[in-house]
Design a protein. Structure first.
Length: 179
């Protein structure tokens, strides 16, 4: 039996000729061992990345839990005049400063000509259409708006929570029902 390799005719046995032709002189076992080694290395890299992601996620959860313990405990925080404790959908507790609609400013730092509705505020894209709150000369940008509820629920009123980088603010809206 003869095969031509790199311009030279060689006569080899069946298995040797096959390995020489298909695997450049390596045996099938060596080739499989290299492939398995690469698979094992890739699997280890993937496991390391997943472990790093899990560690970062747990660190983030620890940070938020520490912050929530500091800022959201109503027993530890004395509630001042004009503040109220409200609860989010996941029973997270917020101590908010109550404001009225006249303190809301548009992206040009001017009060709204016509007061926005609560439903419109919830649906608003705050990246495209910014909202600011004026509080004693400070102007703070609203990062997030959530619907929250007081401890004693009243279906005639709805509350919106405005999350800024410093303080939580809340506005109470009167709910009108129509048939």
């Amino acid at each position: 039996m003869g095969i031509v390799l790199q311009g030279k005719k060689m006569i080899l046995g069946g298995k040797e000729a096959y390995n020489k032709f298909m695997y450049n002189g390596e045996t099938l076992e060596k080739k499989n061992a290299k492939i398995n080694l690469k698979k094992e290395e890739n699997r280890k890299k993937i496991e390391e990345k997943e472990a790093q992601k899990a560690e970062k996620k747990s660190q983030k959860e620890e940070k938020t839990s520490i912050l929530s313990k500091i800022f959201n405990r109503s027993e530890e925080i004395e509630i001042e005049d004009g503040q109220i404790v409200l609860y989010g959908a996941d029973d997270e507790e917020y101590t908010c400063q109550m404001i009225d609609l006249s303190q809301l400013l548009d992206e040009k730092y001017k009060p709204y000509n016509q007061a926005p509705k609560g439903v419109d505020l919830l649906k608003r894209d705050l990246k495209a259409c910014k909202i600011f709150i004026a509080d004693d000369g400070d102007i703070m940008r609203v990062n997030k708006i959530l619907e929250v509820k007081p401890e004693e629920f009243d279906e005639n009123f709805a509350y919106l929570l405005f999350d800024t980088n410093r303080v939580y603010y809340s506005i109470r809206f009167k709910v009108e029902r129509s048939f």
